[in-house]
Design a binder for this molecule. Structure first.
Ligand SMILES: C[S@@+](CC[C@H](N)C(=O)[O-])C[C@H]1O[C@@H](n2cnc3c(N)ncnc32)[C@H](O)[C@@H]1O
Length: 250
């Protein structure tokens, strides 16, 4: 039987790796790396660095595949379905061609595999299709949400209240609950500008846990334009950006 380990590597800092993840890394024969293009080379480099740093006594290799990209400018959920089908084919090929029976394959998942990541869903779909046989385990990691809260030294919830974690797309469409603590991820459109109450505090973080980390905190009325400016400049400089923020209603 083939075995797969879906390992959460934390969202940026190699020190975010847990002891469980270190043990898992040391069981893997083949790491599957999904290449997302030149601008994201740093993310692949971090995965290689993690292997070099934490794998102490084992021979392993990398199998790279080009990661399919979502088609832009078309219906969002249809394009996500297409993307996941393409990813499923890529994963199946990697598992069939790159892993021998009895070997262990590793997916190094950014942050935690349970949060806005399709790896678990895709592996479940492959198993359900019956086209590949394997067993898999999930090793949790530190999410960008936890990194954001730690770097700003702020709790995610107010006392006894709930938190909602959502996307920039849903915030922009007004599809959020009236919770006082909203965490927004995957925001390509500066959707914090859509929040009416300018007294709302924003805790914004980009490239969290990395040497390029940027943090901005303040009332939306005071810092929203600054965030937009800084975000645009950082994106132009690096070629890509990953940012997350907490909105706290007064
Ligand atoms: C596809 S989701 C993956 C989330 C990841 N599984 C996690 O646990 O954080 C990508 C989004 O996560 C957030 N993100 C991931 N890493 C980040 C980082 N180092 N700094 C800021 N935001 C990050 C951004 O909102 C980005 O658009």
């Amino acid at each position: 039987m083939k075995r797969l380990l879906v390992i959460g590597i934390g969202a940026g800092n190699p020190d975010y790796i847990t002891m469980q993840a270190v043990k898992a890394l040391n069981r893997v024969d083949v790491f599957f790396l999904m290449d997302k293009g030149q601008s994201k080379d740093k993310l692949i480099d971090l995965r290689r660095e993690i292997c070099e740093r934490y794998i102490t006594d084992r021979t392993y290799r990398f199998a790279e595949a080009h990661s399919p990209e979502r088609e832009r400018g078309v219906d969002y959920s249809a394009s996500v379905d297409d993307l996941n089908r393409a990813k499923q084919q890529t994963f199946e090929r990697l598992i069939n061609d790159e892993l021998a029976d009895g070997q262990c394959g590793g997916f190094l998942v950014w942050g935690d595999p349970a949060l806005y990541d399709s790896t678990i869903r895709i592996l479940q779909a492959i198993l359900a299709s019956g086209r590949c046989e394997f067993e898999f385990e999930v090793i949790p990691g530190i999410t960008s949400v936890q990194a954001l809260a730690a770097q700003h030294k702020v709790p995610l919830n107010t006392i006894g209240r709930s938190i909602e974690i959502t996307t920039g797309r849903r915030l922009a469409a007004g599809q959020v609950s009236d919770t006082d603590s909203l965490v927004v991820m995957l925001d390509a459109e500066d959707s914090y500008h859509q929040v009416a109450d300018q007294e709302t505090e924003i805790y914004w973080g980009a490239y969290l846990g990395t040497p390029d980390e940027i943090l901005i905190h303040g009332k939306l009325g005071d810092v929203a334009d600054e965030i937009e400016r800084v975000r645009k400049a950082a994106r132009a400089e690096h070629g890509w950006i990953m940012d997350t923020y907490l909105l706290r209603k007064p």
